[in-house]
Design a binder for this molecule. Structure first.
Ligand SMILES: Cc1ncc(COP(=O)(O)O)c(C=O)c1O
Length: 443
């Protein structure tokens, strides 16, 4: 297959003319044109290799042969309407169920994280009979209208907050309301949710769901205090609501020690609804909602069919099964623990040398470090973070920033990321941070 149809300049010109400009490119000042990829490496039109530290969607590695072969073989055999009986969907649901707590046993397959969260919203409302939703500040749950409404990250820049949406503070123990020095941040942050529920009740409103990313990503690679979810779930369920864990960024072993990031909260914790997406199909649009029999039962009882043209088709499920096989066969969770810990250790060593690194945090291969102008006021070093990303790109390493002030440098690489990759990227970060420091001293 031809790698390029147009010269890079022409592709860019056509893109500007034909594609909506709100669909932004990485490195928009000087975009990279990628024409092929393998494992954790991307290749541009001149064959230059880039180390990919950000493609969490290509979970088991770009163009993994086991995944592409499974897709091609099933595509060649059958890809029929999802209303015909087929083995792939049930084999896949059964394999996914084995990774989840027993209570989560009924699956709905969809095509994107947004579709999954929109369906979760419907399930929660149908089951509880309530409308209101509590979300965390800075959360992002998807691009559909229903999800913009529950994503402060988006609605704050648009029409604002709907009366049925309630925003709790982000349980961030680095720069949030309650920090590492608080004796019980999990309880303190859970109490903020309880207060919102009480406030809602005083206005005659009722909660359908508490929606949360198991580890907030656009919020800045946040790791919640352990026990927070258990306490919140207690308050939410007592008020008649359900707990929805958005695992769209964090599922499928990204955190290494567990298959699902909500499991970091403790063995006793189980959400009522879990949504998954991005890494599920290694780039193929595949996403899912899993819930309890009771919640699914209430959804069925309304008598309205749920039909999704592409969700759970034989090809998507063949791809999903291949992804699960690779995670197991290549011990990618073990790799996430080993390489993620090494990466965090290396970044912590850099933190000792570079005062601009205020915090290093993460679990498995979901890692972030936060740049600050000073370690007391935690003033975000946003320009420095942008400069670091630009300089790393010049060194053929793709990184990006997140967080409300775009000062958190995030790592969510394909799970085949290696020790050598962690060493190379941290050596280069060290050099660039030294340059940034030297430049600021000369000012
Ligand atoms: C936490 C989270 N939820 C939901 C979504 C929406 O997923 P999609 O873009 O597949 O619709 C995203 C996408 O970035 C996400 O990060």
């Amino acid at each position: 297959m031809a790698e390029e149809m147009f010269q890079k300049d022409e592709t860019l010109r056509m893109r500007k003319r034909l594609i909506g400009q709100s669909c932004r490119l990485f490195f928009s000042d000087d975009p990279v044109k990628i024409v092929r990829a393998r494992g954790q490496y991307l290749y541009d039109e001149n064959g230059v290799q880039y180390l990919d530290c950000i493609s969490n969607v290509q979970h088991v590695g770009h163009c993994h042969p086991a995944v592409t072969q499974a897709a091609a073989a099933q595509m060649d055999l059958l890809n029929a309407n999802t209303r015909f009986l087929h083995d792939n969907i049930v084999r896949y649901a059964d394999r996914l169920a084995a990774t989840l707590p027993k209570k989560l046993s009924v699956f709905y397959f969809v095509n994107s994280g947004s579709e999954a969260n929109d369906l979760a919203l419907r399930l929660a409302r149908q089951y509880t009979g309530n409308k209101d939703v509590i979300v965390l500040d800075h959360a992002y749950h998807g691009h559909l209208s229903s999800l913009i409404d529950i994503s402060p990250y988006k609605f704050r820049k648009l029409e604002g907050q709907k009366d049925w949406v309630h925003v709790a503070p982000l349980a961030d123990t680095y720069r949030g309301l309650y920090r590492h020095d608080h004796p019980d941040p999990a309880q303190a942050y859970a109490d903020t949710v309880k207060n919102l529920i009480d406030d809602m009740h005083s206005k005659g409103r009722k909660i359908s769901s508490f929606f949360v990313e198991s580890l907030p990503s656009v919020g800045g690679q946040i790791i919640f205090p352990r026990g927070y979810f258990t306490k919140v779930a207690e308050y939410v369920r007592a008020a008649g609501g359900v707990f929805v864990a958005d695992e769209i960024q964090t599922g499928f072993g990204r955190v290494g020690s567990h298959y699902w990031a909500f499991q970091l909260q403790g063995e006793d914790f189980c959400p009522d609804i879990v949504t998954m997406g991005k890494p599920m199909g290694n780039g193929h649009p595949l996403a899912c909602v899993v819930t309890t029999e009771e919640i699914a039962g209430a959804f069925t009882a309304n008598g309205v069919e749920y039909f999704n043209t592409f969700g759970g088709n034989p090809v998507s499920c063949a791809i999903g099964l291949a992804v699960l096989d690779v995670i197991e066969k290549e011990d990618l969770r073990g790799n996430a623990v080993r390489v993620g810990n090494h990466l965090k250790d290396l970044l912590k060593q850099l933190q000792i040398k570079h005062p601009i690194i205020g915090d290093v945090r993460g679990a498995g291969l979901f890692v972030g470090f936060e740049l600050v102008k000073d370690r007391v006021d935690l003033t975000p070093a946003t320009e420095e973070a942008a400069l670091l990303i630009r300089r790393m790109k010049e060194k053929y390493i793709c990184l990006s920033t997140d967080g409300p002030w775009e000062n958190v440098v995030k790592f969510k690489p394909p799970m085949c990321f290696r020790m050598e990759d962690a060493e190379r990227v941290t050596e280069e970060i060290d050099l660039v941070l030294r340059e940034i420091q030297d430049a600021s001293l000369q000012k």
